[in-house]
Design a protein around this ligand. Structure first.
Ligand SMILES: Nc1nc2c(ncn2[C@@H]2O[C@H](COP(=O)(O)OP(=O)(O)OP(=O)(O)O)[C@@H](O)[C@H]2O)c(=O)[nH]1
Ligand SMILES: [Mg+2]
Length: 447
């Protein structure tokens, strides 16, 4: 796919009243169009005050004009920025003038897409632009900035280089036999092993970064009537879930995204566990168990006046014991227990009065933060990157196993080739409309 060169225009600053608004124009013929509206353009990268006029020569606004000559611009094309007054009316009028004279409105992310298509950034860097803009905490912004400046891409390229030399060596060995290539299978196995380990480290850092991006999923589970929905409402700060004294009130999963101190949490309220013949409730419980399976943290809520029951044990066994499960003793306003942490993995609170809830929230945040500890090394990877890295590692592992089992050498070489293809997906995937569309359509307009 080659870069389209028609002229695109968009506001680069948010719509609304402000000190300054920036409108950007990019593509072939941009300078001629800009001159029709703003008069003679300043030398490249110099700011000059100009009056912006429409086709009838009526003044719209005046402000700074900056010209960037390709390839030294954000998009890699001729680009002009107009910095006018921060009035939505004049910005709209200015954009309209450009549209009337041959430009078209940019799609979301189209400036960045052109930057990628013109080789100004690789795909991981372009994705990091959106991640930086959307970062919800300082840590996430720092991690995105690292990727944007190319740190992640460099690591991927370095791994790619190592895989490439393995491939060259393996293919030479197939073509010319062992007298040409002095390396032994055990050398190659060691190189493969080292690659596997380095890929594993990068994946771990990416997984920690993913927590930053997507946050944790927190599921409220437990027996009927324990107060899960009451606690859910308190967490989300509104009466979203229906609460009644009837056991079996909640059937569907109720989901909400919350931002606690800049950390994203996806909170799910679910149907209470009990044996039932009601098919609707059975389906609710099935969904609850399914949600638990995807959670980073399960809050198992019990009514403290009822205590812990053998059934609670058997429900927990249904999803195995590997997940983080915290026991929440709710309704302490009735049981009389002191609010706060009971032990490392259990908390006492009243969802009704709110006492003890802040301590639980602080503990949850502490847990998320410790999972993302080591933040200087954090990588704000996307699922797409982690898939590619994992696939690459699987292929390298397969190649090493083939080698160690004295399989035909070609099998090992084929594994290494597939590993290289998998890794290539991160920075330079085959440019399909679908992939680029999926990535850039999530950007804001004007970026
Ligand atoms: N006193 C007191 N009552 C509570 C507390 N939490 C919940 N309740 C009451 O307990 C009843 C059940 O609360 P829910 O939040 O609907 O319980 P649930 O666990 O969602 O129940 P199901 O959806 O049926 O599984 C309601 O009448 C609530 O008002 C609490 O901390 N103290
Ligand atoms: Mg409920």
């Amino acid at each position: 796919m080659t870069a389209r060169r028609d002229i695109i225009v968009a506001g680069a600053t948010p719509t609304g009243i402000g000190a300054v608004s920036i409108v950007r124009l990019s593509g072939e013929g941009t300078f001629a169009l800009a001159e029709r509206v703003a008069g003679p353009l300043p030398p490249p990268r110099m700011a000059r005050v100009r009056t912006f006029r429409d086709a009838q020569n009526c003044e719209i606004d005046y402000g700074l004009v900056i010209r960037f000559v390709r390839p030294h611009s954000y998009t890699g094309e001729d680009l002009v920025e107009f910095q006018g007054h921060g009035s939505p009316v004049t910005v709209e009028a200015l954009i309209q003038v450009f549209l009337e004279q041959g430009a078209r409105l940019a799609r979301p992310g189209e400036f960045s897409e052109r930057s990628f298509l013109n080789g100004r950034m690789d795909l991981a860097q372009a994705e990091a632009v959106a991640d930086l803009i959307n970062a919800e905490s300082r840590t996430a912004a720092r991690a995105a900035f690292q990727s944007l400046s190319g740190a992640f891409s460099r690591e991927v390229r370095h791994l790619g280089g190592r895989i490439q030399s393995l491939r060259v060596q393996a293919e030479a060995q197939i073509d010319f036999g062992e007298e040409v290539i002095p390396s032994t299978p055990s050398d190659t196995a060691a190189v493969l092993k080292a690659l596997e380990e380095d890929l594993g480290r990068l994946i771990n850092r990416g997984e920690a970064g993913m927590i930053l991006r997507q946050g944790w999923t927190l599921v409220l589970a437990g027996p009927v009537n324990a107060g899960k929905s009451t606690l859910f409402n308190r967490f989300v700060g509104e009466s979203k879930a229906i609460v009644t004294p009837l056991p079996g009130t909640t059937r569907d999963l109720l989901e909400a995204d919350c931002l606690w101190e800049g950390i994203r949490l996806h909170i799910i309220d679910s149907a209470g566990f009990r044996e039932t013949r009601d098919p609707i409730e059975q389906e609710g419980i099935r969904r609850a168990l399914n949600a638990v399976g995807k959670a980073q943290l399960v809050l198992y809520v019990i009514d403290d006046t009822m205590g812990w029951h053998p059934e609670d044990e058997s429900w927990q066994q249904k999803w195995g014991g590997t997940r983080r499960i915290w026991r929440i003793h709710n309704q302490i306003d009735r049981s009389g227990r002191k609010p706060g942490r009971v032990d490392t993995e259990s908390f006492a609170l009243s969802a009704e009065t709110g006492e003890g809830v802040a301590e639980l929230q602080a503990a949850i945040l502490g847990e998320v933060r410790s999972a993302t500890a080591g933040s200087p090394e954090l990588l704000l990877a996307r699922p797409r990157h982690l898939d590619a890295l994992s696939k690459c590692r699987r292929e390298i592992l397969g190649a090493r196993i083939a080698l160690e089992h004295n399989e035909p050498f070609e099998l090992m070489a084929e594994g290494v080739r597939r590993a290289q293809v998998a890794l290539g997906q991160i920075l330079d995937p085959p440019e399909t409309e679908a992939l680029l569309g999926a990535i850039f359509s999530t950007f804001c307009i004007g970026k």
